[in-house]
Design a protein around this ligand. Structure first.
Ligand SMILES: Cc1ncc(C[n+]2csc(CCOP(=O)(O)OP(=O)(O)O)c2C)c(N)n1
Ligand SMILES: [Mg+2]
Length: 192
C-alpha cells in the first residue's frame, strides 16, 4: 500500500488534493503522501465514516476543478458509496480513485490479529469485479496486481481525462503502524 501512495505522491509532486476513506489505506495515505500545501487532506479522521472517500473527493474536485484530486479507498468502504461512480460519469467529475484492495476489512483484521490471536471474524471480503462495475457506470479503469505495473498505471490514470478507477490488488495481511490500542494512553503507542 505504501508503495502505491508513494508513487501517486511522486507523480502528483505532492500537490494533489487527497481524499481517503476509512481504514488501513487511510493511515497509509497519511503516512506516505508527501503533502506540499495546506487544505490538501480530505479525510474523516477518527470519526471513521466508511463511504466518505468517494463523495468527498467528488466535492473537492467540483470545488477545485483545475486541481488533480485523488481518492485512496479500501475495498470495504468503496462498496458503501460505489454508486457515486454513476454521478462521476454523468457530470464528468474527474476524480482519480485508487482502490487499495486487500480483500479484507483490513483495519479490523489488524486488530483481530494483534489483540485477539488472529481469530478472524467477518473481516474477509468476497469482492465483486470492481472494473466491471466501473465499466457499467461508464467509468474507465484498470486492475493491476504487480509492482512493475504501478508506475505506468498511475501515469495512465493521471493523464486520463475524466473519472478513473485504478484497482490495485495489495498484500492481504499487511499491518500499519503506529497505532494506539483501544483504551491505552498515547505513550503506549505500538510502533511495530
Ligand atoms: C460505516 C462504518 N462501518 C464500520 C466501520 C468500522 N471500520 C473501521 S475501518 C473498517 C475496515 C475498512 O476496510 P476497507 O474499506 O477494506 O479498508 P482497509 O482497512 O482494508 O484499508 C471498518 C469496518 C466504520 N468505520 N464505518
Ligand atoms: Mg480492505
Amino acid at each position: 500500500m505504501g508503495m502505491v501512495v508513494n508513487e501517486v505522491s511522486e507523480q502528483t509532486k505532492g500537490m494533489a488534493i487527497v481524499a481517503t476513506d476509512v481504514g488501513q489505506h487511510q493511515m497509509v495515505a497519511a503516512r506516505y503522501y508527501k503533502f506540499k500545501d495546506t487544505n490538501q487532506w480530505v479525510s474523516s479522521g477518527g470519526a471513521g465514516t466508511m463511504g466518505y472517500g468517494l463523495p468527498a473527493a467528488m466535492g473537492a474536485k467540483m470545488a477545485c476543478p483545475e486541481r488533480q484530486t485523488v481518492a485512496f479507498i479500501g475495498d470495504g468502504g468503496f462498496q458503501m458509496t460505489i454508486q457515486e461512480l454513476g454521478t462521476c460519469a454523468q457530470w464528468n467529475i474527474g476524480v482519480k480513485i485508487i482502490l487499495l484492495d486487500n480483500n479484507f476489512l483490513g483495519m479490523v483484521r489488524q486488530w483481530q490479529q494483534l489483540f485477539f490471536e488472529r481469530r478472524y471474524s467477518a473481516v474477509e471480503l468476497v469482492n465483486p469485479n470492481f472494473i466491471k462495475i466501473a465499466e457499467g457506470f461508464g467509468v474507465a479503469g484498470r486492475h493491476i496486481t504487480k509492482p512493475e505495473e504501478l508506475e505506468e498505471a498511475v501515469a495512465e490514470m493521471l493523464a486520463h481525462d475524466g473519472p478513473y478507477l485504478l484497482h490495485v490488488s495489495v498484500e492481504k495481511e499487511e499491518n500499519i503502524f503506529p497505532m494506539v490500542p483501544s483504551g491505552a494512553a498515547v505513550d503506549e503507542i505500538v510502533l511495530e
